[in-house]
Design a protein around this ligand. Structure first.
Ligand SMILES: [Zn+2]
Length: 439
């Protein structure tokens, strides 16, 4: 019999934070899993921002296939900014009622490419039961109504579907409170749902997503005591799953495990507005920036080309490298000079850049921020003095991966979905490019 499998995603956990937690003895659940499994580093996608990353994990494909380009982007068809939640101020600037619909419904129902098969769809089509807790890429075959009174719009998720108290396929009694996000209440909800699911052994595959660590690491920086304490809370949530099976050993008798993060984080001390170098091009370009990545879109009738956009950022200290498509491939511009992207030394840069630029929702020019810099969001908010991510640099890009009971080596976050399907003996769909060998 195939062991069932639990996928745990700890948002923003860096390899250094993971290793510190395991070695210090402060994270018994992480240490147990690390001790019983294989540990390695994998690379994230570009931009290394959560909506793009979680969708890449759940679809086994990069942005070029799944079409979720970033945390904030310009929707050419609807001629509007899509903002999944850089900050409350950014949501308000993008139009609050619309912006609440985008992450809850539209990301999965409209923006996610129909042809990018999710892990839940592939497994449930093959007769397995899939469960998802709080992960933002959730598209499945089952219709779910919200718990919000008066909201009749439904979402399609896996058969067991729990999403921040807004969708609950089963009554678990888990309390949901957003009041004290910093104190970890979102992950407390995830842990309570996870306990309910493991206690009943109510799934073949569970995607279990913890967001609290990233939130604290943004505010306090990735390398301080506050972030380490937040990782203890994530560890406690994972420990809840182990306990619900009757203990760590009993948990591993029942489940294989993949544990990873979606991207890293690096310290940021300075902030810039990516809009500034393009201020005179109003009506010709749209700038969408957040955290440590940005995209510049050319509007119809623009009298500039992507190469000119890139040149405008020469000497702009917040920018490390820009990426654009030219006839003979992806061009990376750095320090005022153009090179083929293959010359970049950033982790897995060529594949990540190609996949990002193959996304029809991407800008004509992609911007990766320099070490220590952040790009203010639409609402002017940033995390200077704390942590951030989104760029191609190693600290934003490498993630820790632990696998227990899985016959696969995961080198990119897009390797997770096809490896999990192989574990269940399910053929990976063509859209899962890692197995198809693209790039
Ligand atoms: Zn983040």
């Amino acid at each position: 019999m195939t062991p069932k499998l639990v996928l745990v995603v700890v948002d923003g956990m860096t390899p250094a934070a993971f290793e510190r937690a395991v070695e210090s003895g402060r994270a018994p659940a992480l240490a147990f899993l690390a001790g019983r499994g294989d540990y390695r580093l994998a690379t994230s996608v570009f931009p290394s921002l959560t909506p793009a990353c979680l969708t890449s994990i759940a679809t086994g494909a990069g942005p070029g296939v799944h079409h979720i380009p970033s945390l904030v982007w310009w929707n050419r068809q609807e001629r509007r900014i899509v903002e999944y939640g850089s900050s409350f101020a950014a949501l308000r600037a993008a139009g609050l009622s619309q912006s609440l619909l985008d992450p809850i419904f539209n990301m999965n129902a409209r923006h996610l490419a129909p042809g990018a098969v999710t892990i839940y769809e592939a497994l449930e089509d093959a007769g397995f039961v899939a469960a998802a807790v709080n992960i933002t890429c959730y598209r499945g075959r089952h219709r779910h109504l919200t718990t919000l009174p008066g909201v009749r719009r439904a979402a399609y998720g896996p058969s067991r579907f729990f999403f921040y108290g807004l969708f609950e396929s089963d009554r678990t009694g888990a309390p949901f409170a957003v009041r004290s996000r910093r104190a970890g209440s979102v992950d407390t909800y995830a842990a309570a749902v996870g306990r309910w699911l493991v206690t009943r052994d109510g799934f073949d595959f569970l995607a279990f997503y913890l967001s609290g660590y990233d939130f604290v690491s943004h505010a306090a920086g990735p390398d301080g005591e506050a972030a380490d304490r937040a990782l203890e809370q994530a560890d406690a949530a994972i420990g809840t799953l182990l306990d619900a099976a009757g203990g760590p050993d009993e948990f591993l008798e029942r489940y294989a495990v993949v544990l990873l993060s979606d991207h890293g984080q690096t310290s940021v001390g300075r902030v810039a507005r990516l809009e500034e170098p393009f201020a005179d091009l109003e009506g010709q370009v749209v700038v969408a920036a957040s955290n440590r990545a940005g995209q510049i879109y050319l509007l119809p009738g623009a009298r500039v080309d992507p190469a000119e956009l890139a040149q405008r950022l020469d000497g702009f200290p917040a920018v490390d490298v820009t990426l654009r498509l030219e006839e003979d491939g992806v061009v990376a511009r750095r320090d005022g000079g153009d090179d083929p992207v293959e010359k970049l030394e950033h982790p897995d840069a060529a594949w990540r850049a190609r996949s990002a630029l193959a996304d029809p929702n991407a800008g004509e020019l992609l911007v990766s921020a320099a070490e220590g810099w952040e790009l203010a969001d639409l609402g002017g908010r940033h995390h200077a003095g704390g942590g951030s991510h989104g760029s191609l640099v190693a600290g934003d890009s490498f993630v820790p991966v632990v696998t227990v009971g899985l016959q696969a080596e995961l080198h990119r976050i897009t390797d997770v979905a096809p490896a999990v399907l192989a574990h269940f003996g399910v053929a990976a769909p063509k859209s899962m490019e890692a197995l198809a060998g693209v790039g």
